[in-house]
Design a binder for this molecule. Structure first.
Ligand code: HEM
Length: 302
């Protein structure tokens, strides 16, 4: 069966640029649902049961922002997707999974309940000393980072391993965050190619060595395009921001029949600085990926 075409292809421009890359979106599109909704919610539930301290964390004093985030999410879902999440007085019912949650059971960690209702991971960022700090998160699908390493930290420390972030992006990001007004929603896309489709990936940056199991012939089924649809929204009472991360994993083979996108991805990887390629752990399969993309970039009419 041919996989569906990826919904977002931020790598198709043929360039690698470390930019803010934000755009305003309709607040009705803050939360996104796709065909993996039921599976992703079940995976969140499993992770929250089996490794609770790794996928949820909150600092002292974050409760008001957590409560405000849950209230905003419920209000938004009630307006935009009443078919998916039904609200009773005290309960929340996720129609697709049949899960029913008592709101009272989450009084001490309302962000945990919020995270169980949507595919997005939800991070709360509070203004502090001219920047923003991560004060709470429901984070089941990290792209190679550990919540425990980042909770309570400011943006510069959170991004310390990211090549170029602190020089090029730290100040523009802080300024952008300060300008977000209540009612506005912004989004940006982050992307990687990975040799593991797991949603929960707490480690894995900087891998070297060659993975001989991945070849130009089989890379389509051994590699995955991982895109994060990131959203930003102000919580007006607490003044914190909700940082939503919806993780979308497609097999590389989803680019079959899309030669222009395959060409763009190949060029974007070639354009990528060596430290970024290392950070993204692309060395183990770089040649196999380039070989596969070379073939996929040939259109039938060429
Ligand atoms: C406009 C805002 C933001 C921009 C432009 C931005 C940019 C980036 C970029 C370029 C990367 C490297 C991704 C990769 O190559 O795979 C990254 C990684 C990361 N970002 Fe952000 N980011 C933003 C907001 C945030 C926020 C609000 C958080 C809060 C949790 C965050 C947490 C992280 C983490 C944890 C990593 C991985 C760091 C590591 O490898 O240890 N980012 N970000």
């Amino acid at each position: 069966m041919t996989p569906d075409a990826p919904r977002y292809t931020p790598y198709d421009k043929g360039r690698f640029q470390l930019t803010l890359g934000i755009r305003a979106i309709d607040p009705a599109e803050w939360i996104e649902f796709d065909s993996h909704y039921t599976a992703h919610l079940a995976e969140k539930r499993r992770l929250l049961a089996e490794r609770p301290t790794e996928v949820f964390g909150a600092t002292d004093g974050s409760l008001p922002a957590q409560t405000e985030c849950l209230d905003m999410l419920l209000e938004s879902l009630e307006r935009t997707r009443p078919d998916m999440v039904e609200l009773g007085g005290r309960t929340v019912h996720v129609v697709a999974t049949g899960d029913r949650y008592e709101r009272e059971a989450f009084a001490a960690r309302p962000l945990d309940l919020a995270g169980r209702l949507v595919q997005e991971d939800l991070c709360l960022m509070a203004p502090h000393d001219g920047t923003y700090r991560l004060i709470a998160a429901s984070l089941c699908f990290p792209s190679r980072w550990r919540l425990a390493d980042k909770l309570g930290r400011p943006m510069v420390e959170i991004h310390q391993p990211v090549p170029g972030f602190n020089d090029k992006l730290a100040r523009p990001v802080d300024r952008f965050f300060d300008r977000i007004e209540a009612g506005q929603v912004y989004m940006r896309l982050n992307w990687s190619v990975m040799d593991d489709p797991a949603l929960f990936q707490p480690t894995g940056h900087g891998q070297s060595g060659i993975n001989n199991a991945i070849t130009a012939a089989n890379a389509g089924d051994m590699l995955w395009l991982r895109v994060e649809r990131q959203t930003f929204r102000r919580l007006p009472k607490s003044n914190a921001l909700v940082f939503g991360i919806k993780t979308i994993v497609d097999p590389l083979s989803s680019l079959v029949g899309r030669p222009e996108v395959a060409r763009g991805l190949n060029e974007a990887i070639t354009d990528m600085p060596a430290d970024t390629r290392r950070y993204k752990s692309m060395a183990p399969f770089a040649d196999a990926l380039a070989g596969w993309l070379d073939r996929a970039a040939v259109s039938p009419s060429d």
